[in-house]
Write a protein of this length. Structure first.
Length: 395
């Protein structure tokens, strides 16, 4: 499964690969770090927006009464629809589903239904006649890479935030109560599966978590693993031409278990904060304030560093810079004219940069004549002034 995106130049590809081989990423993350995660809720129940870095997915849950399947008369229905619009990326076309969109849609619906994340039997109204049909619509607003993880978080968060109308059955009469008559009923969610995406580079030797859109272009393969907090793998899909060994898959599952536990904890905190705000009458756009900037596997311990020596050296340099400037001694060298705009200081070889033409020599002679004339005029004026003063003294 390969996502469509804008192509990169050869220079960008080489730079990204060289950075990844040096264990560095463009956004400053470590190999197993997630980007900034933010969860927002709307006014209506079942409406949420998840932002993972630059990737944004809007989740909306709705329900309707439908007839059950003949082979499952007591089970409700769950549908997942992922919409990739041109607003998210120029590579997505309006009204045309890409191969990536079809595979992502099937994978999302399959692992949510087959893993029994929702108790579909609780959606039954009348066995064999009427059941609740729950639909999850996921709209990708911006593609910054790793759509699967962001969409899975939006889907399970919207399902947990959704409330269906309460129903009462009297004989053959089914009554759907409004929210004013009876409080809506939450869905029965048994567990929360979340997708974790791994990107492989250099034929599987290098591994990254939560790849960006540019990293997805240059990676050799990917693996999307859906897991819950009980470390149960609900689904997995691999794409690309990289063959993985069992040790690599086990390593990815261990990393995914840590990531899923952190993400589910953030989802539950966001839902609890939303319920608290709604209890006091606050509705509208509610953002989770408990989301950290980066989700990491391990946290680094802070250590005190002795910077006394560095401060002393910096102080010495500052004192030297504040001292009085050094006196400049006069040099015995004199500048010797070598050409227009060129002079020579000290002894050296002949100047080969400029050549004095005849026109330049004539210009220099004219300058000397003008200077001599100025001096002569000044001397004659001084003599006339002295003679005039002398004549006044005699009188």
């Amino acid at each position: 499964m390969k996502s469509a995106s804008v192509p990169l130049s050869s220079c960008e590809r080489d730079f990204l690969l060289q950075s990844i081989r040096s264990r560095k990423r463009l956004d400053g993350r470590e190999t197993y770090d997630y980007r900034k995660l933010k969860i927002s809720f709307g006014v209506d129940r079942g409406h949420c927006e998840v932002q993972l870095g630059r990737t944004r997915v809007l989740g909306q849950v709705s329900c309707d009464i439908a007839q059950p399947k003949p082979n499952r008369p007591t089970e409700g229905q769950l549908f997942v629809n992922v919409e990739l619009s041109p607003m998210a990326s120029p590579a997505f076309e309006s009204g045309r589903t890409t191969e990536f969109g079809v595979e992502l849609n099937r994978f999302m619906e399959r692992f949510y239904v087959e893993s029994r994340a929702i108790d579909v039997e609780s959606l039954c109204i009348v066995a064999g006649e009427k059941v609740w049909s729950v639909r999850v619509d996921l709209h990708v607003l911006d593609n910054g890479g790793n759509i699967a993880d962001c969409a899975s978080i939006a889907a399970i968060t919207a399902l947990a935030h959704f409330r269906r109308p309460d129903v009462s059955v009297i004989g053959e009469e089914v009554t759907i109560h409004s929210p004013e008559d009876r409080d809506p009923v939450p869905l029965s969610i048994l567990h929360m599966p979340v997708c974790i995406t791994f990107g492989f580079f250099d034929e599987g030797e290098l591994l990254l978590v939560d790849p960006t859109d540019k990293e997805e272009i240059i990676m050799n393969g990917r693996m999307i693993m859906a897991m819950n907090i009980h470390r149960e793998i609900c689904g997995a899909i691999m794409g690309g031409g990289v063959s993985l060994e069992s040790d690599q898959i086990l390593r990815c599952s261990k990393i995914a278990s840590v990531k899923v536990a952190e993400i589910v904890a953030l989802i539950q905190e966001a839902l609890a904060e939303d319920s608290k705000q709604r209890a006091v009458g606050k509705t509208g756009l509610i953002e989770s304030d408990t989301t950290p900037s980066i989700i990491t596997v391990t946290s680094a311990d802070e250590s005190d560093v002795d910077i006394t020596e560095a401060v002393e050296k910096a102080t010495d340099r500052q004192n030297v810079s504040e001292m009085s400037p050094l006196s400049v001694e006069e040099t015995p060298w004199e500048a010797e004219f070598k050409g227009p705009g060129t002079a020579q200081i000290g002894e050296g070889g002949d100047n080969s940069w400029t050549v004095i033409d005849d026109d330049d020599e004539e210009m220099e002679d004219d300058d000397e004549i003008e200077i001599t004339g100025v001096k002569t005029n000044n001397e004659s004026a001084a003599q006339r002034l002295q003679q005039k003063n002398g004549s006044k003294g005699e009188n």
